[in-house]
Design a binder for this molecule. Structure first.
Ligand SMILES: [Zn+2]
Length: 382
């Protein structure tokens, strides 16, 4: 398709204006005459792109156009079925996939496209609940879907697919999209002792990590501004909308006892079998690199069902890096050089995940320069 940007006029612009208005991003067009892609449209497009994790350039290219078209649909607006020649896509399909997964039917990774797997999952659902198994999501099926309470959270099929995705993603960091989540922020200062605030330290760590990731060609997105504190569910939602490959939440711990110290990592898991295996592997790499590089006490990795781990649809880890209530941990965290060591360790751990353990550098010795060399060598070989 042709790119649409500021200054363009015509029916395609009218369509974009209508969609943005329907999404509440633009006032409805009451003027007569040709539709113009003006400053207001450009601004609305930027907001929309940001919400969807698209490149925020204010220009409507194929990806933004597709996302705008998808965003118009709400579950129930139309019947949904698998059309071989031209699969239906839209936010309504995504809502259907999420619902089926919650009920324990494997649609595959929710991708907003009604494909064969979605059809099979829908037929199974219909069969199990005494409906005609026609694979069509019409009014009757929709009613049944809405009445049932969720049975499964973080369905296992999705977790298994995470592993396959990492394997297929290849060893290079370039092009991978990570969401870095600095804990707390804004009015929520997190833990604070002697004018040292967790919210400021996590922000600083996130920026150090972001800089290194961008240098390797990764796309690094941060869940909050320096002075904002969105709820964890929004932070997870941000990562989901961005289609991130990985989510890393950074915190610093506190304890009533000043003796408590060390670093711990948390991945999604119920503690009785349902575990994100990739999340667990990533947590292990992160934990080992930080322990080896910093000498912080090893408080190990643990499964949790916290919001940032449960609601994210990609491998996610939350780390508690040191205790502000411990004098030794605190003085280390206050040292910018120490925070650089932490950032480097986190980046190397992410690289190790994608290398699938196929590297011979002992934990704690892989440097940022080694990593850049590895990335460049790969780029030339590609
Ligand atoms: Zn915290």
């Amino acid at each position: 398709m042709q790119l649409l940007h500021r200054g363009d006029v015509g029916p395609a612009v009218a369509e974009i204006r209508n969609t943005l208005a329907a999404l509440g991003l633009l006032p409805a067009n009451t003027r007569t005459g040709p539709s113009i892609f003006d400053d207001a449209v450009e601004q609305a497009v930027r907001v929309f792109q940001q919400q969807r994790g698209l490149i925020t350039d204010g220009v409507v290219g194929p990806a933004t156009y597709r996302a705008l078209t998808d965003a118009r649909w709400r579950l129930g607006d139309r019947s949904l079925a698998f059309l071989v020649s031209k699969p239906i896509s839209g936010d309504d399909v995504f809502a259907l996939q999420e619902r089926l997964l919650e009920l324990g039917f494997d649609t595959g990774r929710p991708d907003a496209i009604f494909g064969r797997e979605t059809e099979q999952a829908l037929r199974s659902f219909q069969r199990d609940y005494g409906l005609t198994p026609d694979g069509i999501c019409g009014p009757g099926t929709l009613r049944a879907l809405k009445q049932l309470a969720p049975k499964v959270r973080g369905g296992r099929p999705v977790l298994l697919r995470e592993q396959e995705k990492v394997r297929r993603a290849g060893p290079r960091l370039r092009g991978k999209r990570i969401v870095i989540d600095p804990g707390h922020g804004g009015a929520d200062r997190g833990v604070y002792i002697d004018n040292v605030h967790e919210a400021d330290l996590t922000w600083d760590l996130a920026r150090r990590l972001e800089g290194r990731m961008v240098a390797t060609g990764m796309e690094a997105l941060i869940t909050r501004g320096p002075n904002a504190s969105p709820p964890d569910a929004d932070r997870a939602g941000f990562a989901n909308e961005a289609g991130a490959d990985m989510f890393l939440s950074l915190h610093i711990d506190a304890n009533q006892s000043p003796l408590a110290e060390g670093v711990a990592s948390f991945h999604f898991g119920t503690g009785n079998g349902t575990t994100s295996t990739v999340g667990e592997a990533l947590a292990g790499f992160l934990q080992r690199e930080i322990v080896a590089r910093t000498g912080l006490r090893d408080c190990h990795t643990h499964p949790k069902t916290w919001d940032v781990l449960r609601l994210t649809r990609m491998p996610a880890v939350r780390m508690e890096i040191g205790y502000l209530t411990n004098a030794r941990d605190r003085s280390r965290l206050l040292d910018p050089a120490f925070r650089d060591v932490v950032a480097e360790g986190l980046l190397v751990a992410v690289k190790r995940l994608y290398l699938l353990g196929k590297d011979d550098q002992p934990t704690g010795t892989f440097t940022f320069d080694d990593l850049l060399r590895h990335e460049l060598a790969r780029a030339e070989g590609a």
